[in-house]
Structure formats: C-alpha cells, structure tokens
Design a protein around this ligand. Structure first.
Ligand SMILES: Cc1cc2nc3c(=O)[nH]c(=O)nc-3n(C[C@H](O)[C@H](O)[C@H](O)COP(=O)(O)OP(=O)(O)OC[C@H]3O[C@@H](n4cnc5c(N)ncnc54)[C@H](O)[C@@H]3O)c2cc1C
Ligand SMILES: *[C@@H]1O[C@H](CO)[C@@H](O)[C@H](O)[C@H]1NC(C)=O
Ligand SMILES: *[C@@H]1O[C@H](CO)[C@@H](O)[C@H](O)[C@H]1NC(C)=O
Ligand SMILES: *[C@@H]1O[C@H](CO)[C@@H](O)[C@H](O)[C@H]1NC(C)=O
Length: 537
C-alpha cells in the first residue's frame, strides 16, 4: 500500500499539471462582450434582459442581439479563468475539487442525500459537463406541450452544431465499450450519429479531437458588440414587477453593490438560470405558492402553486470496475440505447488516489503502476418519480434552495433500473470484457468492483432493486420546476405575468434525448428566432 499511493498521487498530479497548463484552444472572440458587473452603469435600459448566461441563455442572447439590445447577466466568471475545465483531461477536477464559492461549479446535496453539481460560470452546465452531444428523442418533442416548428428545430440544432460539435476520436476504452455493447445485443450499429436512435452509436462531443471544450460561450462569438453586453459576476437577486408586468431586475456585483436594469417598451425579461436557479428566482421575486412565500415574509406578486413543483432527476445506476492497466481520462463518446429509452454510457479515468484508503484496494503485482477506473453508467428518460423545490429560510439567492427528487418512489422507475442493470450484466459477459477480467492470487478471474459489486443473480428482482436504491446517484440531468403548461405557456411565457419567459431545463417534464445539452442549446436559438418573428409580424 505504502508504495502504491505515491505512484498514484504522481499520476493525479501529472493530470492536474497537464490540465492547468493547457493553452486554451477555443475561439474566445466573445470576450470582447464581457464586462465585470462592477463596471456596468446603473439603471440602464435594454430591449431584453436575460438572467443566466448558461447553456440556453447564451444562444438566446446571441440570437436576440442580432436585432435588439440585450443584457446577459451571469453570476459566474468567464470560463478562461478556469483552464482546467476547458480540456477533457481536466474533467476529473469537476468531480473532486472542493466548492470554494468561486469555482465554476456549485455543489449541493438534495434532501435525498445525493450530491448535485450546478454550473456557475459563463456557459453554465456546458462548461463543466461531460460534453456528450445528442439531439432530443421523438417522445420529448411529442410530450413537451409545445407546437414545435420542426423545420426551425432542425435549423436550431444545425446552427449549434456548426460551432460546438465534433466527431470524437474514440479512446481505446470507448472503442471496447462500443464493441461489447454490440456483442451484448444492443443493436443495430448506428455508426456515428447525432440523433437519438435505438442501438449503439458514437455520439457528438463538444470536446474536439484534441480534447478542447467548445461550450455555449462560443455561441456568442461573432455577435455585434454594440447590441450585447455580457455581465459576469452579476448575481440576480430578483425580478422587479409593476403590478403583473416584469419591468427590470436587481443584481449584485462581486463587491456586494446592488444594481438595477430595466427593459424598454415591448421588451422582455427571460429567465435562463437553469432547473434550480429559475424556480428559485421566481420564488424569491414573489411568484409561487402563496403559503410558502408568506411563511418567509416575501411579498406575493402572483400566487402560482406550481413553481418549484415537478422537480425530477434521472437516477443514475452504475458499476465501477477497476482495470489493471492505464487508460486516458475519457468522457462519454458512445451510447447504447435500449427500447424504452434506457441509455448506457461509460467514463474512464486513471484511478483517483482517494479510492485507496477508502476501499483498501490492492491491484495485482503486475499492475501496480497505473490502474484505471471504468464507470459503467446508465439512465432512463421517462422518470415518473417527482419531487419539489423550496427556498432555504435564509432567502439569499446564493444559498441553494431545498430540493428533493424522490428517486424510485414510482415502482415503474425501479423496473427501468432493473432492466438497465441486466443489460450491464450482459455487457460484462461479452468476449471483449472477458479479455480484461482480472485474476486474483488463487487464479479466479473476475471483475474487481470499486464499491458495491453488481448483484450475483441479476434475474433476482428484489436484490437488483435493492442495488438500484442503495447506489442511486445523479446523471446531472435534473429538470422541472417551471413546467410548460403549469408555470409557462407553450411559448415559454410565465402564465399570468407580462414580459417574462423562462427558457431552460426547468421547463422540461421529460429530459430530452440521451443527454439534454444539445436540446437546451437548440431551445435558446429556437425561442430567440420565434421572438424575432413575433416582433416583426
Ligand atoms: C457534471 C455534469 C455532467 C453532465 N454531462 C452532460 C453531457 O455529457 N451531455 C449533456 O447533454 N448534458 C450533460 N449534463 C447536463 C447539462 O449540462 C445541463 O442539463 C445543462 O447544461 C443545463 O442547461 P440550462 O441552460 O438549463 O442551465 P445552465 O447551463 O446551468 O445555466 C444556468 C446559468 O444561470 C446562472 N445563474 C443561476 N442563477 C443565477 C442568478 N441568480 N443570477 C445570475 N446567474 C444565475 C448559472 O450560473 C448558470 O450559468 C451534465 C451536467 C453536469 C453538471
Ligand atoms: C440554508 O442555508 C444556510 C447557508 O448556506 C445553511 O447554513 C442552512 O443549513 C440552510 N438551511 C437548510 C434548511 O438547508
Ligand atoms: C421482475 O421484474 C420484471 C420487470 O422488471 C417483471 O416483469 C417481472 O414480473 C418481475 N418478476 C417477479 C418474479 O417479480
Ligand atoms: C436467480 O433468481 C431467480 C429469481 O429469483 C431464481 O429463480 C433463480 O433460481 C436464481 N438463480 C440462482 C443461481 O440463484
């Protein structure tokens, strides 16, 4: 043990050095639009004010600013401040680094005890996520409650893809995963495809061939500086109303000073603060269940019982396998999609050092140098268990609200997890995986699991269900809180309020596609184009 630890520490150290010295290879021309909130004058007027410079907020701002003046307010900093998140090899940092209040991500633990990550940086979740890019599935478009213009949807996806999407060069591990999925019966082989298709495919990635991240910030490149002002370290505290019309916002800068900004006639305010941030800000601004607002002594602008309701998170089921050879860190590049929209993916990383003291792991002698960790993960799209979001009693927007997702309270969700794990079992029995089984000193071959091993008998429903519940964690695709048809109408306008929309993952009743980022970027573009059409007609 004493000899292994330093070696692994060195490999982690190397990983960090590598990532923090990577020269950013992103197009950063958007930086000319970016101002620190401390430099923004008071009481300025804009046609549109967008709250949250995230995955949906950036494309929306770029689109509206082609014709109108826009202020984009983001609580985090410019991502160039954090070189490690700009490269695939630095992805691990997001999972292991402490949240010091200044990081590009904010951690919090839901009432269900699962730790969640929220983007807190210009570009939002797309700057800290795993980068897998896949368009939404048919059932998402059918169930979203929106009269989609499918031609405009297609154009929206294409506009995004031109700038941020690459065809990944498969790492050795992702290639092995792909072969084993096909051997395990997850067919057909759909090659490389950006669409959501049953079978096995290589998906798009916002990491290019050299591992450079191309997130939502790059959708701001090429925007006329005259029309768009991006304020970073601008934390919106509330939306200002006059009767039932939104008229402005108040936000604080990094020095704690409060600023206000207002919209012009015919202008609008758009909330794109994400599935946690948007319902939180509506509540803090007085739009929500009256009893909850009154209990916190918040003035009620509109009693809206559904704000913060229908919070949902796709539970992640997983098995972590220790492999006795080095692998480069790779985020998901391949997906296996089963009927019923159950998805299997994988991550690989050099084994993080902290697993040693916790699990007393001792790889065989021959493999002391560089073991790796392969995480087999899965989720399903249609989550029937729902939860809710409430404000923390402190009512400071910087504090996370109190969220519960109630994982697996609906038995159908548990059945989906059982089906997914059985497929993981089939996968582990394939010839490709047989070849990488490890051998212990008695000569027994098997997989060395980190944490709980998969149940021996995957045909036994109750032990697999137990495994699902005990190991439940997040796929980071949490959504809901401002649902279409409940809080916003089919044009994403807040029902009962003038000049206010919500455009982000909080409006989803179902998380789109294999992974939601593609559809969130498309949505920002789509709603922006629709708003431009509305104003010119
Ligand atoms: C670790 C991780 C891995 C993931 N992997 C993938 C993946 O591989 N593929 C995929 O498709 N999806 C992935 N996702 C999910 C995806 O990234 C998110 O669903 C998506 O980014 C959410 O977009 P959004 O626009 O709804 O919110 P966000 O992108 O989170 O944008 C909200 C923005 O609003 C800002 N904000 C919030 N409150 C305020 C306020 N009061 N004032 C000012 N600004 C505020 C936030 O800082 C943030 O920038 C992952 C997510 C995480 C966390
Ligand atoms: C509310 O937030 C404060 C500050 O972060 C924290 O100390 C407190 O525990 C939170 N309360 C609840 C109920 O989560
Ligand atoms: C096991 O679960 C499946 C659904 O995952 C169900 O169809 C089957 O009837 C269950 N079997 C038993 C013995 O409960
Ligand atoms: C596995 O579980 C199933 C269902 O409970 C049972 O019928 C079968 O006998 C079990 N197999 C073994 C090897 O225990």
């Amino acid at each position: 043990m004493a000899t292994i630890l330093p070696l692994i520490l060195i490999s982690i150290f190397f990983l960090r050095v590598l990532s923090s010295h990577t020269i950013p290879n992103q197009d950063v021309s958007y930086m000319k639009l970016v101002h620190d909130a401390t430099d923004i004058p008071e009481n300025e007027e804009y046609d549109y004010i967008i709250i949250g410079g995230g995955t949906a907020g950036c494309p929306l701002a770029a689109t509206l600013s082609s014709k109108f003046s826009v202020l984009l307010l983001e609580r985090g900093s410019d991502p160039n401040k954090y070189p490690s998140v700009l490269n695939e090899q630095g992805l691990l940092n997001v999972f292991v680094e402490e949240d010091d209040g200044e990081n590009p991500f904010q951690r919090f633990v839901s009432e269900n005890g699962v730790e969640i990550i929220r983007g807190r940086v210009l570009g939002g979740g797309s700057m800290v996520n795993a980068g897998f890019y896949s368009r939404g599935h048919r059932e998402f478009f059918e169930s979203a409650g929106v009269d989609w213009d499918m031609e405009l949807v297609e154009k929206g996806y294409e506009w995004v893809e031109e700038t941020v999407v690459s065809r990944p060069r498969l790492s050795a591990w992702q290639g092995a995963f792909r072969r084993a999925l096909l051997e395990g019966g997850v067919g057909p082989d759909n090659g490389f495809d950006l669409r959501h298709l049953v079978g096995t495919k290589t998906g798009g990635s916002i990491f290019d061939e050299d591992g450079n991240r191309h997130g939502a910030v790059e959708l701001l490149n090429g925007v006329e500086p005259g029309n768009l002002k991006v304020a970073v370290r601008a934390t919106v505290q509330k939306i200002i109303f006059s009767d039932l019309s939104a008229i402005g916002v108040s936000y604080s800068d990094s020095e704690g000073k409060t600023h206000t900004a207002f919209i012009r006639k015919k202008g609008e305010i758009i909330l794109s603060a994400g599935a946690i941030g948007s319902p939180q800000l509506l509540l803090l601004s007085g739009v929500g269940p009256k009893s909850h607002l009154s209990s916190l002594k918040l003035p009620v602008v509109l009693h809206q019982p559904h704000v913060g309701e229908f919070m949902s998170d796709n539970p992640r089921f997983s098995a972590a396998v220790v492999l006795p050879f080095p692998l480069v860190a790779s985020s998901a590049q391949v997906v296996g999609i089963l009927d019923g929209n159950i998805h299997l993916q994988t991550f690989a990383s050099p084994a993080p050092f902290f697993i040693l003291p916790t699990f007393g792991l001792l790889p065989p002698q021959s493999t002391l140098i560089n073991p790796s960790l392969a995480l087999l993960i899965g989720k399903f799209s249609d989550v029937l268990s729902k939860g809710s979001l409430h404000l923390n009693s402190s009512t400071d927007v910087k504090n996370n609200p109190i969220v519960r997702f109630n994982y697996y309270t609906n038995p159908n969700d548990l059945a989906q997890c059982v089906r997914g794990l059985r497929k993981v079992g089939d996968f582990l029995k394939t010839r490709t995986m047989e070849e990488i089984k490890t051998q212990d000193l008695e000569g027994n071959k098997g997989f060395q699991f980190l944490g709980p091993p998969l149940p021996e008998n995957l045909s036994d429903n109750s032990s697999v269900q137990e495994y699902c519940k005990e190991t439940v964690t997040t796929y980071w695709h949490y959504h809901g809180g401002c649902l279409v048809g409940k809080v916003v109408d089919r044009n994403y306008r807040v029902i009962g309020i003038k000049n206010l929309r919500v455009v982000d993952g909080s409006t989803f009743s179902v998380s789109p596609g294999t992974n939601p980022m593609a559809t969130l970027m498309m949505l920002g573009r789509y709603v922006g184009l629709k708003m431009l059409q509305e104003r010119s007609s």
